[in-house]
Write a new protein. Structure first.
Length: 535
């Protein structure tokens, strides 16, 4: 009987722990989502003010009629002018405009103002929150700071010193790039507080309800053990209660949008509906007929942070237990020919010397897609949309490794637009930018599939040519040179380019490789331009 009682109470604790764990995760995710809404609202108001200030600054400030007692900025020199008709106009620079807008703003539950830790205008002095925010932003090199203060959400976005600011603030010692202050925003967070209280209240009630049901079952089973006269009848009733509780527990688990499963060392013993839906099965038993374990569906990825069934000789669950606190571990699975990515978490419990694992799989596919999109954007030149120098260096390292592994030739072309400074000086930078974009299009249309082109910087471009020897690369360079020489550029005269070409020498360093092609380009430019030089 002791063993039965022990198992009964341990089972109760495990179930209750699982419920608390699952409901806590659900509660925290919902509260964090509500907080993100407040942050997004504040960021939107801040960006509106920044855009308004940029619009003002690009005109060097605006002049307006002084109505409703509007006074000129006392900290701005030459802040008034008179028109030919004798009308006095007041200059509204970005700071003074922001101050006026903040005083006019009457949106319910929202207010803002411009602040500084070293203001010209004392009215712009920072309060205690704003001082903390500015200190945090300057210390941690951040651009925003926020806090919840009772029914208020306080947000401060940093104002970065630009060259337009120096005229008014140079005496304060500011330099371009310094944080000179910020825009302080106050939002009414009463609705957020109400929602948080509502979520916490519902979670508490759910926990109390389930705890009550589990305790009821516990007492019923306990009574069954002691009531030998009605043992069979009590066992039947207890079985019905247990099945009912299991259905209730399953319903609770099914509310989580993440995969949730409980496994021993050999098989899955409990899974929520989210997991079953992903594998398009109606029950855990049906899932087990198709898969020995969930790890059968893991796709192997050549990345130490992605799990497969065994990492070396260590089973993936054991490896996850050991490394989840130290590494950003992930899992890739495939559904309907689409790759899906998950971040796993495991909690280990032991019942009667048996290891049980509560495992949650959070879907992070969209998160990784956003990260990959940002990484791709960061690796491209904003003007020509070609890859930038940093990306080119990464690609060239891989191309050199491939060339050495396969013993295939590798060549690069380095080109420079002839007399491009004259183009900018004569036609302006807008035409210069247009020529750079047109040359990028010519390069993309001329190179072959598998070749890689990047903007090196300024008017220089570079191309890698895998499985291409020096002679073949030289012919392609000549083709590029002729295509550009014959092209009619919009708003400018004919343009020519100088090109250097070289082939990789086995086991040489990347630095020597790029240095040699740079020397070839230098010779092409110094020997008359509009030509190809191989080296």
């Amino acid at each position: 009987m002791i063993n039965k009682y022990s198992l009964l109470y341990i089972g109760f604790i495990v179930l209750l722990s699982g419920i608390i764990y699952g409901t806590s995760s659900l509660r925290d995710k919902n509260i964090e989502f509500q907080k993100e809404i407040l942050i997004k609202q504040a960021q939107t108001h801040f960006k509106d003010q920044i855009n308004t200030r940029k619009w003002n600054a690009q005109f060097g400030g605006l002049y307006v009629k002084p109505i409703n007692g509007l006074k000129p900025n006392p900290y701005l020199q030459n802040s008034t002018i008179k028109t030919e008709n004798g009308v006095t106009l007041i200059q509204m620079n970005p700071a003074w405009m922001t101050r006026q807008l903040s005083e006019l703003s009457d949106i319910d539950g929202f207010s803002f103002r411009i602040v500084s830790s070293d203001p010209l205008n004392p009215i712009n002095s920072a309060d205690e929150f704003e001082k903390r925010a500015l200190e945090y932003i300057n210390t941690n090199k951040k651009r925003e700071y926020y806090e919840l203060e009772g029914s208020k959400f306080r947000y401060l976005g940093a104002l970065v010193t630009t060259k337009e600011c120096i005229g008014c603030h140079s005496a304060q010692g500011y330099k371009i790039g310094d944080i000179r202050g910020g825009i302080s925003i106050i939002l009414n967070s009463k609705n957020y507080n109400n929602v948080v209280e509502y979520i916490e209240d519902k979670v508490l009630k759910l926990r109390l309800l389930i705890t009550f049901l589990l305790l009821s079952i516990l007492l019923l089973v306990h009574k069954q053990f002691k009531n030998n006269e009605n043992l069979n009848h009590e066992v039947i009733n207890a079985t019905k209660e247990i099945l009912s509780t299991k259905r209730l527990l399953q319903e609770v688990l099914d509310t989580d949008h993440s995969f949730l499963m409980v496994s021993n060392d050999e098989e899955i013993i409990l899974a929520n509906q989210t997991m079953l839906d992903f594998f398009e099965t109606d029950s855990l038993d049906e899932f087990k007929k198709l898969h020995q374990h969930i790890s059968d569906a893991f796709i192997k990825v050549e990345d130490e942070n992605f799990l497969c069934t065994y990492i070396g000789e260590t089973h993936w669950i054991e490896y996850l237990i050991q490394e989840q606190a130290k590494k950003d571990l992930k899992i890739m699975m495939r559904k309907n020919a689409q790759d899906r990515y998950f971040r796993p978490h495991v909690k280990q419990v032991i019942i009667e010397k048996q290891n049980l694992h509560i495992i949650i799989f959070d879907d992070i596919t969209e998160e990784l897609e956003r990260i990959n999109l940002l990484q791709d954007k960061a690796s491209r030149d904003s003007l020509t949309k070609l890859f930038n120098k940093g990306k080119f260096n990464n690609v060239l390292e891989k191309e050199i490794d491939l060339a050495q592994t396969t013993s295939a030739p590798l060549s690069i072309i380095f080109l420079d637009i002839d007399h491009f400074k004259v183009v900018n000086d004569t036609h302006g930078h807008n035409i210069g930018d247009s020529i750079l974009k047109e040359i990028a299009e010519i390069l993309l249309s001329t190179i072959r599939q598998g070749d890689f082109v990047a903007r090196w910087g300024g008017e220089e471009f570079v191309i890698t040519l895998q499985s291409t020897n020096l002679l073949q690369a030289s012919k392609l360079a000549q083709k590029i040179r002729v295509n550009i020489e014959n092209y009619n550029f919009i708003g400018a005269d004919k343009q020519t380019i100088s090109l250097g070409v070289t082939q990789y020498i086995t086991n040489e360093t990347l630095e020597n490789f790029t240095k040699r092609v740079d020397e070839a380009l230098y010779e092409a430019k110094n020997s008359g331009r509009n030509r190809v030089v191989t080296k």
